[in-house]
Design a protein. Structure first.
Lengths: 318, 484
């Protein structure tokens, strides 16, 4: 038995080392940048970090990122002036763009299509409407200089709270993530059964409390609550109707909300029909992921450019 | 509990340590541990069905003793044999085939012009492994009846033989003459045997997680949407399914055999590289061997086997293939699958080539196969793969529509993996897998036979690395043969 244990340990250690080397050599792991919380209690990426975001097994998607001085993934710095025309794109991982090379992001595409404009991509994974409006509210001086702001929201995910509160991110196994092998294993789901088992054990260890079951809210109530949350956020943090617009997909957004935005005189950029006419989600999103692929990002940037163009023309005609 | 679940990787070492280093003083105590562990292993699926295993165990234990007791009274002896057979077939028939017979009965009346509303079908869950353990216990009663073995007088050992967890849910279907005496004998820990077992487990996991589960999403996608695909994609789908079902089932068998080795028991080989068979007869000597031999011993030979006239032999061949097909599932697709194999086997039998390759492998004395052998292997693989259309289709109508499209939509179309992966990765993987299996084709129980420690280490590392490369967390990872 001692021989068996000894050989198993030796082989396991050597194999783990070899696998760590292979994962690094083939760059299968995701170089996720590190976060920090700024003085206004907002989650950002530590400036100056560069690397490659890798998704899926066998390097299904590999994109280079660059965190600028403002703590966002972008090829440019965010330094608005009164003279230039700046556009801020605010959103979650779709705007953050770890699925694309930072030098071919949506913002860069808009800049290429619309010379003279500077696009600032304030994207951070999992940010919702509260994060987005709070960002503008707490950086009023900066955003006052920015000429146009576009918020990207997904109704179902992004309007579930009516006030901003900082949410700390605590990725699991942080110390162990120094190992690129483990980082890769976590990303492809190998560690999911371990996480589930740990969850089950924790659940079993907890003292049993009598369950008070709440009846699930129906869709109509949820929809009304989300619209109410939107109003509360606008009330609390403000929303400059003249220079802001909302980018959304009407296929997954209730008509009542879109009509509500129109009642509030908020511009809506709806990409649903553009995506549908271009072949639907199979052509516009990554197959293994829900994020937009290169073609989807191209369509979004064209749509935004067109909106800006029309907006500028309307302003000039006034 | 699945062999490739985290629960199993906690369960197995605990059982191993308890078995060899805590309860190792007496065989009975080891057997008691195995029995409790086996019931726990099975109970995690559905503890209610443990009652069926117990029923089968008790009845066959009793039948064995009484068959032996009435050795002089053939009539009573037969009654007890029939008791065992009827009970096991009855369990199988009720849980697996009841709804099939009701539906077929209703369909038959509808074909004759009578409309019947089926209210007799029941919501029955198929207990995992029922086809395997009922056949195993039935073989025990038959062996006692034919005086091939003495009946067991030790209930604990017999119950362990029926429920032995490595082979309980999907075989190999062991015969008492091989396994029962190992269970009743004293076992001693053997380092070499344990290491061989671990190697087989690793190889089995590779076949399951990489080969079978890696290509499963493509197979599912193609068979689900076969009506929209051209022949090139359908051929790809059914060829990949051939590898999937092989990787899945032989992977399971390797893990079962490897686990048994860790407990000092040798199970029979269930697969001997069937993809390198030179005719359909050789294929059946290499594919799901425990089931083929079961049917040969308990159906084919009692019917007269090949010692009767050619016509009767052909009838016997048809019977065992149809029954074997039906054993796989309560669906006409499996009966057609069995029938197709009978049709493919009969010409080989009539030409007297059915035992030609019994004791040798392709490229027996050379590394490379001859051109003739290569042609034979490809032809056999093609026939077997074609039959898999019936095996994999949801209904017999789907099977024939699938085949119809193979001929009517005969053109090439590019196929895109449903999850966006590169197809070339899978082609390279399968090519390397086939070449490696060809290299080890003479010894299915020793997949990492390298003299050099360094080469062994590289092989283990590459196998585990490939598992990491092809791991797909979004896929239901159960074994295909669990549904049988």
């Amino acid at each position: 038995m001692i021989k068996l244990v000894k050989n198993l340990v030796v082989y396991s250690v050597l194999i783990l080392i070899a696998l760590e080397v292979l994962v690094r050599v083939f760059h299968l792991y995701n170089d996720m940048p590190e976060r920090y919380v700024d003085s206004k209690n907002i989650n950002k990426w530590i400036p100056g970090q560069t690397g490659y975001a890798v998704y899926g097994n066998r390097v299904q998607n590999m994109a280079e990122y660059h965190i600028n001085e403002s703590g966002y993934n972008s090829y440019r710095e965010f330094k608005p002036t009164e003279e230039k025309f700046e556009l801020a794109l605010i959103g979650d991982s779709y705007i953050e763009g770890f699925h694309q090379n930072y030098y071919s992001s949506i913002g860069k595409r808009i800049e290429d299509e619309f010379p003279g404009i500077e696009v600032y991509e304030y994207g951070h994974s999992a940010n919702d409407m509260a994060d987005q409006l709070y960002l503008v509210y707490s950086n009023r001086e900066l955003f006052d200089k920015i000429d146009k702001i576009i918020f990207y929201i997904k109704f179902e995910n992004d309007l579930n709270r009516d006030e901003y509160r900082h949410i700390a991110h605590h990725p699991r196994f942080m110390m162990l993530r120094k190992s690129k092998l483990l980082e890769y294993a976590i990303n492809i789901g190998v560690m999911d059964p371990v996480k589930e088992l740990m969850g089950d054990i924790r659940e079993m260890a907890k003292p049993k409390e009598p369950r008070t079951e709440k009846a699930p809210l129906n869709d109509k109530v949820l929809e009304a609550n989300r619209i109410k949350n939107f109003d509360a956020l606008v009330e609390r943090y403000g929303f400059d109707v003249d220079k802001s617009a909302i980018l959304l997909d009407s296929r997954i957004t209730p008509t009542a909300f879109i009509e509500h935005l129109r009642d509030l005189d908020i511009d809506v950029i709806d990409f649903a029909s553009t995506f549908e006419e271009s072949g639907g989600s199979r052509r516009t999103t990554l197959i293994y992921d829900k994020h937009w692929n290169g073609f989807g990002r191209k369509l979004i940037s064209e749509l935004i450019s067109q909106y800006i163009q029309e907006d500028v023309q309307a302003m000039e005609s006034k | 509990m699945l062999f490739h679940s985290i629960e199993y990787f906690i369960f197995l070492p605990i059982m191993f340590v308890l078995y060899w280093f805590v309860f190792n003083k007496k065989v009975r105590v080891q057997n008691a541990l195995l029995l409790v562990g086996s019931y726990y292993f099975y109970g995690l699926w559905d503890w209610r069905f443990l009652s069926l295993i117990l029923l089968s165990t008790c009845s066959d234990y009793l039948a064995g003793i009484l068959i032996d007791k009435y050795r002089e009274n053939k009539k009573k002896q037969k009654i007890w044999l029939w008791f065992s057979v009827v009970l096991n077939i009855g369990l199988l028939g009720f849980f697996k085939y009841y709804n099939f017979f009701v539906d077929s009965f209703v369909d038959m009346f509808e074909m004759l012009g009578y409309t019947m509303e089926s209210t007799w079908t029941l919501r029955i869950i198929l207990p995992v492994g029922i086809s395997f353990y009922t056949f195993q216990t039935m073989s025990y009663s038959l062996d006692v009846y034919y005086e091939r073995i003495k009946p067991s007088r030790d209930f604990l050992s017999f119950a362990t033989f029926v429920a032995f967890f490595p082979q309980l849910v999907a075989g190999p279907i062991e015969r008492a003459s091989n396994l029962l005496h190992q269970i009743t004998s004293k076992r001693t820990y053997n380092y070499e045997q344990t290491v061989q077992g671990l190697k087989l487990i690793l190889w089995g996991l590779f076949k399951k997680l990489v080969i079978a589960d890696g290509i499963a999403p493509m197979v599912d996608d193609i068979f689900l949407n076969y009506e929209t695909h051209s022949a090139s994609t359908l051929i790809l789908g059914v060829t990949l399914f051939s590898f999937q079902v092989y990787g899945d089932f032989s992977g399971y068998s390797d893990i079962a055999i490897g686990t048994s080795k860790m407990f000092g028991m040798e199970l029979m080989s269930n697969f001997k590289f069937p993809n390198f068979s030179r005719n359909v007869a050789e294929y059946w000597q290499r594919w799901h061997i425990s089931l083929s031999t079961w049917f040969r011993h308990y159906v084919y030979i009692p019917l007269g086997g090949s010692r009767v006239s050619k016509l009767l032999s052909v009838r016997n061949i048809c019977i065992i293939f149809l029954v074997s097909g039906f054993w796989h599932g309560a669906n006409w697709t499996f009966i057609f699958w069995g029938g197709f194999h009978a049709l493919a086997y009969i010409p080989v039998f009539l030409m007297g080539r059915n035992t030609l390759y019994k004791d040798n492998v392709v490229g027996e004395n050379t590394f490379f196969p001859t051109l003739t052998e290569l042609g034979q292997v490809l032809l056999t693989f093609g026939i077997v793969t074609f039959s898999r259309i019936f095996f994999r289709s949801e209904s017999i109508t789907d099977s024939f529509q699938f085949i119809n499209r193979l001929f009517t939509e005969f053109h090439y179309e590019p196929y895109v993996h449903p999850n966006g992966y590169r197809l070339i990765d899978y082609f390279i993987l399968l090519a390397v897998f086939v070449l490696y299996e060809y290299r080890i084709r003479k010894d299915e129980r020793n997949p990492f036979k390298f003299k050099s420690k360094a080469v062994r280490f590289i092989a283990y590392t590459l196998v585990i690395f490939t598992m990491l490369l092809f791991y797909d967390s979004g896929f239901d990872r159960s074994f295909i043969y669990f549904q049988f």
